[in-house]
Design a protein around this ligand. Sequence first.
Ligand code: GLU
Length: 321
Amino acid sequence: MRRTHRPARPARPAAVARLAAAAVVTGLAGLAALTGLAGLAGCGKQGSPPAKGPRADALPVYRVSRDFSLPASATWSAAHRRGRLVVGVKDDQPYLGERDPATGTYSGFDIEIAKMTAASLGFAADRVQYKPIASANRETALSNGQIDYYVGTYTINALRKKQVGFAGPYYLAGQGLLVRKDEKDINGPRDLKGKKVCSAAGSTPIQRIERDYPDATPVTYDTYSVCVDNLLTYQVDAVTTDDSILLGYAAKAPNEMKLVGKPFSKEPYGIGLAKGDTALRGALDDAIVAHERDGDWKKAYAATLGLSGVPAPVPPPVDRY
Ligand code: GLU
């Protein structure tokens, strides 16, 4: 599957411009879904500029621990036997976890966190297999062993800790709001009364809207990129999730969308893993701390999430429980 060359651009009516902007964000699958042109899938992203992603040469290379062994971890032992680590991720979140449809390559800050921790556990980058898992399916995927661990904007909280374990946190985000560029009425969550606000099913942001802003009309999909398509085509009035995620969509279509207001929650990102595997949790905590100390974390941030415009923060302290 190859990306086709860009055709000369005809004058575009506003609706078409909007669809093209949506394609920037969601790739061709999103555009095909919007236009009903399912047959286009796989032909390339006609009419939209190439998505700017992290430059591969700016990414750190992580030292692989050759003699690492963790027999106390059932997850690590099984991965070691199969010679491959399976990491659950997001594939449509720019600068965090994004799959390039042309090459199948994953990039973003969460992908780097996956790679650096995998290297500490003895798995080189070519021994890591990424599996996209939607927000609502993470706990199930971890409990039934579909994935070895999960790195994808996954907020640590008490409710989720009943079902899964968390290493970290390795980053602190906050809930935000994304609206169309010409939106004047929505400047914060209090303005959502009577407005359609879109988020991912099973996410903490949609739960907060339902609990704290009951006058808003929640709309849920599996992924945030579908919400963004809906925002650009006037099906919803706002998209809500972590500011880190929204900044990525806004950075890719700055003439179409903007973030408004201040972050209104704390979302500490953890690496999700099977609940009982305390040996793996400890090893992942050690790996996060080591890569924060040796500068890898900062370099990885600068080459990925930093591209959406926010300078590297100090990472939150790891919480060993
Ligand atoms: N961090 C939030 C959560 O874990 C929102 C992002 C996401 O859905 O991955 O629910």
